[in-house]
Write a protein that binds this ligand. Structure first.
Ligand code: DGL
Length: 260
């Protein structure tokens, strides 16, 4: 049986990429809701409906577990989805906990995510628990999702956008930048150039995949298959050579980003 990995677009490939490293013999179904991306600027109710449709589609394909590889969709929908379906559903949340735990004297942590993730209760509750010394700053970067969906990762426009959004902050103050949106992993090279070398880039892919592995193990769901992946754009299977080459290019980009 397959593992379903869902995102509004290409961001969740960062989680799939990691899953294929950690669990190379599993089979995967990757669902990108490209008809509705970006999610981060939409109302919560609309996102819940989109994710619920995608989940029902994946269930129809017989998935044994699902990762909502999207911080935005997790904030908007995971509680409701878990109450509706009985299979394991894992989500993503900005990795604030490890970032704050590493806190250095006098240093701050920046959490970059979509506007929805930053305003939702899920993150507010998390900050309430872990940001005891009020050292966390929040930065919405919605345009980065659009750049990523256009495969525009290293243009001058990306650099100008990020420089503009980061201009109000004194970057030397930050010990960590939390990438709280899976799309942001495609820009690790630019982030690491703009921040001082001492600022650590933290994302939640590894943590989520390790959690998945534990759950599959506990529930006796681990399998040894061929390790293949099926890709879908909002329910339509990616089959042409061009479409498969597109995913291969994105995996190559993510492989490069593992260095940062
Ligand atoms: N990849 C998604 C996340 O992790 C959000 C992208 C979007 O706005 O659609 O938050």
């Amino acid at each position: 049986m397959k593992i379903g990995i869902f995102d509004s677009g290409i961001g969740g490939l960062t989680v799939l990429h990691q899953a294929m490293i950690t669990l190379p013999q599993e089979e995967y179904l990757y669902y990108a809701d490209t008809d509705h991306v970006p999610y981060g600027i939409r109302p919560k109710e609309e996102i819940l409906e989109f994710v619920d449709n995608a989940l029902r589609f994946m269930l129809g394909k017989g998935v044994k577990a699902v990762i909502i590889a999207c911080n935005t969709a997790t904030s908007a929908a995971i509680k409701t989805l878990r109450s509706r379906y009985s299979l394991p559903i894992l989500g993503m949340e900005p990795a604030v906990k490890p970032a704050v735990a590493r806190e250095e004297e006098g240093k701050r942590v920046m959490v970059a995510a979509t506007p929805l993730t930053l305003r939702e209760e899920k993150l507010r509750n998390l900050l309430h628990q872990v940001d005891k010394h009020h050292t966390v700053d929040l930065l919405p970067l919605p345009e980065l999702v659009r750049f990523a969906e256009r495969e525009e990762f290293t243009s001058q426009a990306v650099e100008n956008y990020l420089r503009g959004e980061l201009a109000p902050f004194h970057l030397e103050d930050y010990s960590a930048l939390v990438l709280g949106c899976t799309h942001f992993n495609y820009f690790k090279d630019t982030f690491s150039r703009l921040f001082p070398s001492s600022t650590e880039l933290i994302d939640g892919s590894c943590g989520t995949v390790n959690h998945l592995k534990d759950i599959l193990k506990t529930q006796n769901l681990l399998e040894e298959n061929t390790g293949c992946v099926e890709y879908y754009f909002s329910g339509r299977k990616a089959e042409s050579r061009e479409q498969l080459a597109y995913f291969e290019r994105l995996h190559n980009r993510l492989e490069e980003m593992l260095r940062f």
